[in-house]
Design a protein around this ligand. Sequence first.
Ligand code: DP6
Length: 404
Amino acid sequence: MAPYIATTSAPVNIACIKYWGKRDTKLILPTNSSLSVTLDQDHLRSTTTSRADSAFEKDRLWLNGVEEDIKPGGRMSTCIAEMKRLRKELVEDVDASAPALSTFAVHIASYNNFPTAAGLASSASGFAALTASLAALYALPCPPTALSLIARQGSGSACRSLYGGFVAWNAGTLPSGLDSHAVQVAPETHWPDIHALICVVSDTKKGTSSTSGMQRTVETSSLLQHRIKNVVPQRMKDISAAILARDFDRFAEITMADSNQFHAVALDTSPPIFYMNDVSRAIIAVVEEYNRVALLPENGGKRKAAYTYDAGPNAVIYAPAANMKEIISMIVRYFPQQDAFKDPFGLFGAAGAGTGALVSGFNADVAKIWEAGAVKGLIHTRVGGGPRVLSSEESLLGENGLPS
Ligand code: DP6
């Protein structure tokens, strides 16, 4: 008999309206709604293979080839248990001839195609890939919204990686969390012109994790209460409208304001949390100057780039595809690269991205030229689709049920 096995991949997402704060830490219910852009899996993805077998003794998990403990009652074990419950309720209880996969132990292997050292959070794509692979294994007749309820319990931001394109996570109000799930605002095909440049900023200090940082903010920041009540609800409406209208100027204005407010509530936490560093702030200065020039009436009067920062010093710069060449040239000028820029869209010829050109009218003194390596890598990507079911050739588990 063929083994019960499925492999899927899931994307990274980067929020424009930030999730920061939980009203229920076990179910992972947020204090505010959030909205993100799903990034293209051709560049960044988590791949997960799940296999159910009556011969397996217990659930086991390997991350990037290394076996991890599945802590009883922890996030991973909750997600696996919830997916087994859905298999039982939606398949086995409905069709008595369906194999009782919900009673079998599972082996799960997951792999990120981006190095952990890049400082990109892998929990969102990782839990989305886990949920999607178990859904495929169990042949669940579930839309992404239903799966997002489960991925959310692995890591809040993971619920947004069940969809491609532009995705909202509705905070919901029910104590059960059943209305706290992802919805697609628009698919990637609606606005494929949105590109992203991830600037990987060097950081030696150990940062505060999102999970513990946001709880400290909930407990101590009065600014967070203002943000939840008076700021985010309107921003969710405004950015959704900007996305539907493909209005980049408005999208950029809201995205940058929300990143800055998120870092302001981190600073308003006691003791304060600093996620950005001097390099992060220098990137803000450069993008703000680029937009100052773009906003001049003679240059069209619209913003051309938007920065956003999560719980670390890395910048993500969103921009329409046509602006990316200027933006990369500008970033490379201020933050010289040690390794040649990988140019997935072929913007630069053999000479590479090293010319350092600035747009006319740009005040070059807004930042100093940093030492090589201050920004240790640049990843150029774009908006992309939701999880994919992959062929058996891409399986991460061998015949013996162990990582291959
Ligand atoms: C700053 O989803 O990593 O990236 O739910 O505790 O796992 P947990 O937190 P996580 O927090 C992400 C915070 C953020 C903003 C965002 O992605 O919306």
